[in-house]
Write a protein that binds this ligand. Structure first.
Ligand SMILES: [Zn+2]
Ligand SMILES: [Zn+2]
Length: 467
């Protein structure tokens, strides 16, 4: 029934009709957000725009949750609580899409440097689809029962915003969700389509720094030095054995040395080299094995080079990290048919997991766990997609200065998919002539939430179960 209701929301309602309650079309809103991007933890204007949208719709809105995070709550009778999340931050990228609404914004970053800013990860599409979903659900308030918790999250790009909101009492000060949902645009799928992954969908992300020490000196007398450049090179090479020889072959893992700096001149052996490494995995066990392995290799190679203990490398794992994202299988099974009827069966497909990271994972990794799903909304203009498919070239990726989503089509599908999913998870309203009767849908949904939460394995447990 909820599907039938959904088909009545036409494109015109979603995209272009401005009524007293909707003074701004979704496309206007998108273009405004796109041309006013803000960096992580600086999403002040963006949050104010979203807060105004939700307030107009009758949500009770709280701002300043974990930085510029905002929470909108709409209570609509007895039923499950569904959290819908949009991330709000943009990136220090100079836009080169040539769109008339392209960003020309520059700002000062936290290090005091002047940087360009662009919504190069499509968070503007997420926010617009989220507002469209809020409008559609308010319009259909008579068709559902329960509590909607809509959150605008800061600092996703730094993997810190979700934790900041949780630390600020997201699940204590506001209704605790039975389900968490979010979308992310895909730069590899055509607009109007949806991709989903069951189980692990995105990786954990850790940033590791290694300071390699040596004993510097003249380049002509290497025997009087301990050369940290040779040592760093050996460490980098040895790190390649972690994925090939330390973790199980069927467990995904990445160890990438993204930065290496040391030395000043041809004929000077320096006394320090700095390495920056990104570490990615799905299971906690693999993540721990990779980080332990980095420490062992760094120390072992320094010992082999004959360095005294006080000159062994310093290995630092940064606090800013993201845990892996697990899409609850029961929730995926429940929502895929809903997505198919909202978008068309051919528009919905299973896609492989990736080693990118998303701090949406944090909302599900609570105690007890909350069934969660993040899915991909195709964002590539369909003709561009076809052209790249035939030429075999790579499409501009997320974070590229050329990433230009087909906003109207992506937002239309984004609103349809998220609205349909929320309607499925929320309860049915009580029958008008029997308001005291129990609400079977709400009850069922709550039971499923409890069952799903109980069966969402912790990363390590999932590995064990699969073996
Ligand atoms: Zn991103
Ligand atoms: Zn993103």
């Amino acid at each position: 029934m909820q599907q039938l209701v959904l088909t009545l929301i036409g494109l015109s309602t979603l995209i272009s009709v401005a009524t007293a309650n909707e003074p701004r079309s979704l496309i206007d809103l998108y273009q405004h957000l796109h041309s006013h991007p803000e960096l992580s933890f600086h999403e002040e204007e963006t949050a104010a725009t979203l807060a105004a949208e939700l307030e107009r719709l009758g949500f009770e809105v709280t701002t300043g949750v974990g930085g510029h995070g905002l929470v909108g709550v709409l209570e609509n009778g007895e039923g499950p609580t569904v959290l819908l999340r949009a991330d709000m931050d943009a990136l220090p990228v100079r836009e080169q899409t040539g769109k008339p609404y392209a960003s020309t914004v520059t700002t000062t970053d936290d290090a005091g440097k002047t940087v360009p800013v662009m919504h190069a990860c499509g968070h503007d599409v997420h926010m617009t689809s989220w507002v469209g979903t809020a409008r559609a659900l308010v319009e259909q308030k008579a068709q559902w029962a329960g509590t909607l918790v809509m959150i605008g999250q800061p600092a996703e790009e730094r993997g810190a915003g979700a934790r900041a909101m949780l630390a600020d009492g997201l699940f204590e000060r506001f209704p605790r969700p039975d389900f968490n949902l979010a979308m992310h645009v895909s730069a590899n799928l055509p607009a109007g389509t949806l991709g989903y992954t069951t189980g692990y969908a995105l990786a954990s992300v850790d940033s590791v720094d290694i300071t390699v020490y040596g004993v510097g000196g003249h380049g002509a007398y290497p025997h009087t030095t301990k050369d940290p450049i040779v040592l760093a090179a050996q460490i980098v090479t040895s790190l390649q054995t972690l994925v090939s020889r330390v973790i199980p072959p069927v467990e995904p893992g990445v160890v990438t040395v993204g930065s290496i700096h040391g030395g000043t001149k041809h004929n000077i052996i320096p006394d320090q080299v700095d390495l920056q490494i990104t570490v990615r995995a799905y299971s906690q066990a693999t993540r721990d094995a990779l980080i332990d392995g980095i420490r062992q290799i760094a120390q072992g190679q320094a010992q082999a080079a004959g360095l005294p203990e006080d000159k062994w490398p310093e290995v630092t794992v940064q606090d800013e990290h993201t845990r892996s994202t697990f899409n609850n299988p029961q929730l995926v099974d429940r929502l895929v048919p809903v997505f198919e009827s909202a978008l068309g069966e051919a528009q919905v497909q299973a896609v492989p997991a990736v080693m990118g990271g998303e701090d949406f994972s944090e909302y599900g990794l609570t105690d007890p766990k909350i069934p969660s799903l993040i899915y991909w909304m195709g964002a590539v203009e369909p003709r561009t997609y076809q052209a790249f498919q035939s030429s075999g070239e790579s499409l501009p990726s997320l974070h590229s200065p050329f990433f230009a989503p087909d906003a109207p089509l992506t937002i239309e599908a984004g609103v349809k998919a998220m609205t349909a999913a929320a309607l499925e998870l929320l309860g049915e309203p009580p029958a008008p002539d029997d308001t005291i009767a129990a609400q079977p849908d709400a009850g069922e949904a709550e039971t499923l939430a409890a069952e799903s939460a109980a069966s969402s394995p912790a990363p390590a447990e999932a590995t064990a179960a699969a073996q």
